[in-house]
Design a protein around this ligand. Structure first.
Ligand SMILES: [Zn+2]
Length: 267
């Protein structure tokens, strides 16, 4: 069984001490390919360097997270453009809107989001999207760019059935994290999994965040890692009513097509 983790923050400082061991455990668990998320120009630069050092296993995205949008002057977008020229960079993002915690103002977030959608269009890259408590504005801005974007995935989807239907009507892909493993918060999400077409569904850990809460023995650190992706897969498969092997195949095929990645080991 082979899996692709489409969202892992391997450049995060919580992996600084033991990143190689984390990658080795992921590979041993069947997670053959990981897309390292870029959340700022600095993190995107680190993500790209990690991916360039592990060609065929790691790939990366280049983007500015809505929390970081206040640090997104034109020079930062220019740096993303440069970063994204490297062949290991397979998407722009993560980008989007997050009105839940408002670390950047709405105006700053919307500007950075629109700029990154325009950049992805210009470069012909798909986008890795983040939306929290901002559905209506997110859709309004995305709609203006959607027809020119080669692909778009709403990562860590945790929304309602109505929101999911809007995303699917915009031909978006849907990323599911260990949120689905949560005994309480995961219930509504599990009910929505059968609505997601097989060729639109992908899985991710969002490590070091969102450790699956149904783990028998959770590490004391509470740190999530890509080796735990099989737990996400198992919950998704159960909710979908399909065997885990089948969902692993489907999501792997979908992720390969979305990020234009060949077979494992390809450069
Ligand atoms: Zn996110």
């Amino acid at each position: 069984m082979e899996m692709i983790d489409i969202g892992v923050n391997l450049a995060h400082r919580r992996f600084a001490e033991d990143r190689d061991a984390v990658i080795a455990r992921a590979l041993a668990a069947g997670v053959r390919t990981m897309i390292v998320t870029g959340t700022s120009t600095r993190a995107s630069r680190e993500a790209r360097a990690l991916a360039a050092a592990k060609r065929g296993t790691l790939w990366s995205t280049a983007g500015i997270h809505p929390h970081e949008a206040r640090h997104a002057p034109p020079a930062e977008i220019e740096e993303l453009r440069e970063l994204a020229r490297h062949p290991v960079v397979r998407a722009i993002g993560e980008c989007g809107l997050d009105f839940d915690r408002m670390f950047s103002s709405q105006a700053e977030q919307e500007r950075a989001f629109a700029q990154q959608l325009a950049l992805a269009t210009e470069l012909g890259l798909p986008v890795f999207l983040h939306e929290r408590a901002a559905h209506a504005r997110f859709v309004a801005i995305l709609r203006e760019h959607r027809s020119r974007l080669p692909g778009a995935v709403v990562h860590c989807f945790t929304g309602t059935a109505a929101e999911l239907d809007v995303y699917l009507s915009l031909d978006l892909h849907i990323g599911i994290t260990g949120w689905i493993c949560d005994e309480r918060r995961g219930v509504p999400l599990r009910a929505l999994i059968p609505r997601i077409p097989r060729d639109r569904l992908m899985i991710e850990t969002d490590a070091p965040f969102l450790i699956p809460r149904n783990l028998a023995d959770r590490p004391a650190s509470g740190r999530n890692e890509p080796a735990l992706l099989p737990h996400v897969l198992a919950s998704v498969a159960r909710a979908a009513g399909r065997p885990a092997e089948m969902v692993a195949d489907e999501t792997t095929r979908t992720a390969r097509a979305f990020f234009s990645i060949g077979q494992a080991g390809d450069h």
